[in-house]
Design a binder for this molecule. Sequence first.
Ligand code: GDP
Length: 605
Amino acid sequence: MLDLFSIFSKGGIVLWCFQGTSEIFSPSVNALIRSVILQERSGNTTFNHNSLTLQYKLDNEFELVFVVAYQRILQLSYVDKFLNDVHLEFRDKYKNELQGGQHMGDFDFKACFDAALKGCEQWAKSQAKIPKQMRTFEDSQKSKKTVASMIERKGEEKGKKSVKIVEVKLTNGKPEEPEEDDSDVLAARAKLAQKLNKTKKEVKKSPKSPKVEKDRTKKPRVWELGGGARDLPELDFSTDKPEDSNIIADTHLVGRMTGAIRDLEVDSDESSSEEEEESAPSPKKTGGMFSIFKGLVGSKALSAEAMQPVLDKMRDHLITKNVAADIANKLCESVATKLEGKVLGTFDSVAKTIKATLTESLVQILSPRRRVDILRDAMHAKQEGRPYVMAFCGVNGVGKSTNLAKICFWLIENDMSVLIAACDTFRAGAVEQLRTHTRHLNALHPSQNHSRTMVQLYEKGYGKDAAGIAMEAIRYAADSKIDVVLIDTAGRMQDNEPLMRALAKLIKVNEPDMVLFVGEALVGNEAVDQLVKFNQALADHSSTANPHTIDGIVLTKFDTIDDKVGAAISMTYITGQPIVFVGTGQTYTDLKALNANAVVHALMK
Ligand code: GDP
């Protein structure tokens, strides 16, 4: 039994509605619109909300949404068919009104609706009566195998991989001379030997000759710094460096981070303007994303089959840009659902529509669903007489401490005093790294009139309970009227259950205002795995009905990925949470806000 059936325009006008019970469905339908239809997740046409299952179909020609709601415990096998039937019926009956855009009209649809529903219910009953039949032998894959293909012959490579095995007989450590005597070959060999001797001599002459055996121990990664950052001091204090009491403050950094964080600029090749793209592609151009759409020339109404090859290429393109494979699939499904049945005219409009749909979807995914204004929230907390608390989590080496220090710099630039809680009580050197940052940050912003130190470090050494240290730090900050507390937590692998449990405890006990997940922009599928498991662990181990999961993302090492910006999409898609900060280098000023349009531009190149 259906609880609700509704037809509404994408603009939000209800055209027709049937309600089977007196329940109020608007929260569920609103949730469907908010979390699925508007959030570019329309690839999957079933959505569960509270005790209800909602299933929907989009009519992209007339911009309509058909929604059915029923109790989640029911298994209604006819809903797909019913949605299709009723959709076609409604279109046929009211084609003229819909074409004329008279969406406000009074649609007398009850009789058709009842008939379609009855028909589908009867169809479902008749289907249930048909016993499930086994596949005949002719239908199976086995019938297609020949006996010969099943016999394994000795010496035959499985999978027919042609691997050439070149046998070289060694006599006294030297390869044996081949027996054949071909003068051409010998001449060529002599030439090669001469060449080799020459290069050997050249190598000897070179002062860089590797006489010393290569040191194979692991070296810390050296990041290349972009542009103006080259001459600035690096923030890598992860290794123990001698305590330098006389820190020389790089005062030219001071004052560059006041106000809201500046937007990220992604290198975009502006020469490929839309007009240029839509004209016949020039031979020089590689085409990028646009070349994918060429196959659609002349399409009238976009059908799933016509779009499939195009969508396959689009998915591959997204994967090459580092979008996680699963997410790329879902995005393509969503674009297909949005466009199927849309009637298009000329070549221009086909290309424009598909490109615009994908771009729109990507921008939508990257745009935060809620306002994130840390400075304002911190001011608000201050007015309430408490510190604003942010906790940083993530796996090891992604840049938690470094970016925490950058965020600290930005807060101080905006006249906020900060307490860093050293809750990574695990990794040797973690506390020292933060101590060094604290000294540098204070050197950059010496306290005016010595009334307050801008940054302090709350540390209790190693091996202690991190949740307890965070709690003490927050109490200390409240007593000392410190504006913001930044909690640095130990890096942990997403599969390490005891450590994930400890993190969940830290967050549950201390209730930070914001839990930030720090992740590298370098990773593709791995980023999604980390995020999903961190979120899941926070939910599972919190043992509360309303667990505090990840509120935002810090995307680090963005300066090292060129235009492979896909991790940004994967991370926001999977959590629905915004990228609050982007780390773009190793100086305190290398902190940016995400610019959805710039990232999407890089993604579509
Ligand atoms: P943690 O273990 O997560 O605390 O990681 P660290 O903060 O110690 O950082 C690990 C390495 O990444 C250090 O060498 C940092 O300098 C480097 N790093 C952090 N953020 C960035 C960034 O945005 N860009 C670049 N290029 N390097 C970064």
